[in-house]
Design a protein around this ligand. Structure first.
Ligand code: XMP
Length: 321
């Protein structure tokens, strides 16, 4: 079934909230739903909509998959406690790294993450909580790119012909599926979420695994996590839709203490975009690039090369994986 787009400009956020809260309440009835909060704007909006609709009958989880940014689980739990939402942190690092072991192909990595979320972690959480519904923040751009075969977005199921009830034993509710990122931000603001959240950069479902070229081992994820923390600190005042640090797979000749060092490469991408469908690189100031190069090579172990990608989307995609 085709999804009707609700464009941000024409969107009445308050009406949208009322409609979605009513819809969720009707669908779930007197049952229980779960939601997996990632700390991004899409899942945050869905959590608050479902919380308004269901109160304590919504169980909110943060899946600690080992692929998230520094301090993310605690930060998310603290923020949502202010909205009366109790966030339970679910440790699942081992399951995700086991699923990613040995995988280097981008689509296989994405598929492994999808299956670990839906077939393992969510299935278990649904069983434990007695829920029959999963509320999640799929947006229209996710669906379009997956259906077009550009990239398998981790949260797209039904549009690929997967019936989650039959495949996983629970139904999926997607309250923001008619919106794009700019529309979701508008709703987030109307819900009273702080600017640090509603204006927050998008972060992909496969998390830092989308930013490691080649195998996403715990060690390599830790390197890109360090690079990401440096990048997000140094670039916090840059006006951009999204920026990211990517760890490459190739080894690059370098030198350290007068000796050859086959080291690592970090690539920086900084994007200007409205809705992530097309994007252009932001030209970063030389003093910022210089500082990033210094900090990445000094603070991320093994890095000898730092590059900045200047290709637009298309033909690039925004994430590396
Ligand atoms: P790409 O790399 O497809 O990214 O050009 C476009 C936008 O989507 C985000 N992204 C994802 N978001 N699940 C998500 O929820 C995913 O699997 C996923 N992959 C990419 C990406 O960060 C960018 O904003």
């Amino acid at each position: 079934m085709a999804i009707t787009e609700l464009q941000a400009g024409a969107l009445n956020a308050r009406q949208f909230i009322q409609d979605q809260v009513r819809q969720i309440a009707q669908t779930v009835g007197d049952g229980i739903a779960i939601t997996a909060l990632s700390g991004g704007v899409d899942s945050s909006v869905c959590t608050l909509l479902a919380h308004q609709a269901l109160g304590d009958r919504l169980k909110t989880y943060f899946v600690e998959n080992g692929l998230m940014r520094q301090d993310e689980p605690q930060r998310v739990a603290e923020l949502f406690a202010r909205f009366g939402v109790n966030v339970e942190i679910v440790p699942a690092q081992k399951e995700f790294f086991r699923a990613l072991k040995g995988l280097t192909d981008p689509e296989q990595k994405r598929e492994a993450i999808t299956q670990t979320f839906y077939a393992k972690v969510f299935r278990r959480l649904v069983k434990q909580s007695g829920a029959r519904f999963l509320v999640q923040g799929t947006i229209l751009t996710d669906v379009e790119e997956t259906v077009a075969g550009i990239k398998r977005q981790h949260n797209v199921l039904e549009q690929l012909g997967i019936d989650p009830r039959r495949a996983y034993g629970y139904a999926v509710l997607e309250p923001v599926i008619q919106l794009r990122k700019d529309g979701v931000r508008k709703v987030a603001k109307a819900l009273g979420l702080p600017k640090s959240l509603y204006a927050r950069m998008p972060f992909p479902g496969p998390a830092l695994a989308a930013r490691v070229v080649g195998e996403a081992t715990p060690e390599r994820i830790e390197l890109v996590r360090k690079a990401t923390a440096i990048l997000e600190t140094e670039m916090r005042n840059v006006k951009a839709f999204q920026y990211m640090a990517i760890l490459h797979e190739d080894r690059f000749p370098g030198m350290r203490e007068g000796k050859r060092d086959y080291g690592l490469q970090i690539e920086i991408r900084c994007w200007d975009s409205v809705d992530a469908r097309v994007a252009t690189p932001v030209w970063l100031a030389p003093h910022l690039l210089k500082k990033l190069a210094r900090r990445m090579t000094e603070e991320v172990p093994g890095v000898v090369s730092v590059t900045c990608n200047i290709a637009p989307k298309p033909p690039s995609t925004m994430e590396a994986v």
